[in-house]
Ligand binder design. Structure first.
Ligand SMILES: Cc1ncc(COP(=O)(O)O)c(C=O)c1O
Length: 448
């Protein structure tokens, strides 16, 4: 099945987006809707389960999943039922309903670091609140993040997400790169950047800025650089250093949340952070994010403490009801560990991809943990990629050829300008879907 067969669809898409440029910046609602490997955004009409449906009815197998939000697949009946229940209630009401509490009880039950919960809408909004919480709680100004980790597009964190690869000096901080025009460089004074997996750099940061660092924020699985997984001992050591120095550990689980199990990456590592941020998968595609954490820390939020946190759409019922449905689904027996569960499908997909690349003579390292994964084209298939500066040396041109060839076979992988990007699947990717996907990907590789 070729979505670009005869280039008819590509031409139609280009015509559509050219017209859209009259009213939307660059013809799209967000810059990341453009898939640079394809040279355009793709026009679809709807999503259904693991597929997206293009105009004319072509079914495209989706390994992007709405930037990772559609974890149960598109148009999931139980999420839809939750959303419809929210519509019946009137969507957003000034007073409280029982449902934010119901969801919070479930989050507290499942996520080790969650003792108290607050909501927001996007991931960026949630990391902003988590950092404010940490600053208010500690009375300190600086935060430390890691190179290659992404925490949203706002002024507090939009640094050093995908800089040019440069081998860091062991034990040393990295000068932050500012990822967007319009962010005053003064913001970088509050943000320290360390190389991922370099414990000495974190220790030295605390030695150099004693009593100044409010929080260390991490993507516990660095899916935004493909899939970089740290040793459990490193994650425990980071927690120890952060705690010893009176700072807070923030796990940004917006992408990692629920990919490996209901206890998220923190359960996988056995490390309970002070503050956890959830988004994307938690509401299966509805805009809901969560800031959760230890009681004593979360009580810094107003009105118990002085850190302002509120908003017109905070705790919006559409997201709350969708999330209750998602958590109900993922706590069903076998969702993760059953014969057709997430972990079994992960094994099937990642080993299938490795075999296809080997048979096709394509040099690519596949790394996955749970339901999300990275593909490092041009790097040794047998050598684990551990660090950002290595991940960033991947062969972007080869990645683009792969994405484009797969799309011609009806399989969607997203790509970003020069950055690695991340891929994933979810509860709608059954064994039969995985087999169909691998067959199409094999044809795509043969055609490259
Ligand atoms: C780890 C992580 N944090 C934060 C964000 C920002 O989330 P949002 O796009 O919902 O603002 C993202 C988005 O990709 C993310 O992957």
């Amino acid at each position: 099945m070729g979505t670009d067969s005869g280039d008819g669809q590509a031409q139609a898409d280009r015509a559509f987006f050219a017209a859209a440029e009259q009213v939307l910046v660059a013809g799209v609602s967000a810059s990341a809707r453009i898939n640079p490997a394809l040279g355009r955004a793709v026009l679809v009409e709807r999503g259904d389960g693991p597929y997206m449906i293009a105009p004319g009815g072509t079914k495209i197998l989706d390994f992007h999943g709405g930037f990772g939000a559609s974890f149960l697949g598109h148009n999931h009946p139980e999420i839809r039922a939750g959303v419809e229940a929210a519509l019946d209630m009137g969507m957003v009401l000034g007073p409280e309903t029982e449902h934010p509490r119901r969801l919070a009880e479930k989050i507290v039950e499942l996520v080790p670091g969650a003792e108290l919960v607050r909501y927001s809408n996007s991931g960026s909004e949630a990391t902003m609140s988590a950092i404010r919480l940490a600053r208010a709680h500690t009375g300190r100004k600086k935060i430390l993040k890691f190179e290659g980790h992404f925490h949203g597009l706002h002024e507090l964190v939009n640094f050093s997400t995908h800089p040019d690869p440069k081998e860091p000096v062991p034990g040393e901080l990295i000068k932050p790169t500012i990822d967007s025009e319009g962010i005053p460089e003064e913001f970088a004074e509050f943000t320290l950047v360390a190389p991922w997996r370099d414990l000495a750099a974190v220790e030295n940061a605390f030695a150099r800025y004693p009593d100044e660092i409010a929080a260390v924020i991490v993507e516990p699985v660095n899916y935004n650089s493909g899939c970089l997984v740290a040793e459990k001992s490193y994650m425990a050591a980071v927690q120890q250093v952060v705690g010893d120095n009176g700072a807070l550990l923030i796990y940004d689980e917006i992408l990692s949340g629920f990919r490996t199990g209901t206890d998220c990456a923190q359960g996988y590592y056995g490390v309970t952070p002070d503050v956890t941020v959830l988004g994307k998968a938690v509401a299966g595609g509805m805009p809901l994010s969560v800031v959760a954490g230890k009681r004593g820390v979360m009580e810094t939020f107003s009105p118990l403490g002085g850190a302002a946190h509120s908003g017109t759409y905070t705790g919006h019922l559409l997201g709350i009801m969708a999330a209750i449905a998602v958590l109900e689904e993922i706590t069903q027996p076998g969702f993760y560990d059953g014969p057709d569960g997430i972990m079994a499908m992960a094994g099937k997909l990642y080993s299938g991809l490795r075999d296809i690349f080997a048979r096709s003579g394509i040099h690519c390292r596949v790394q996955g943990l749970g339901a999300r994964f990275g593909m490092y084209f041009g790097l040794d298939p047998e050598v684990e990629v551990k660090e950002y500066h290595v991940a960033a040396t991947h062969d972007h041109a080869l990645l683009s050829r792969f994405v484009s060839s797969c799309f011609a076979q009806g399989v969607y992988f997203h790509s970003y300008e020069m950055a690695l990007g991340h891929h994933g699947f979810g509860g709608a990717h059954t064994p039969a879907v995985m087999e169909e996907a691998l067959a199409r990907i094999e044809s795509a590789c043969a055609a490259m």
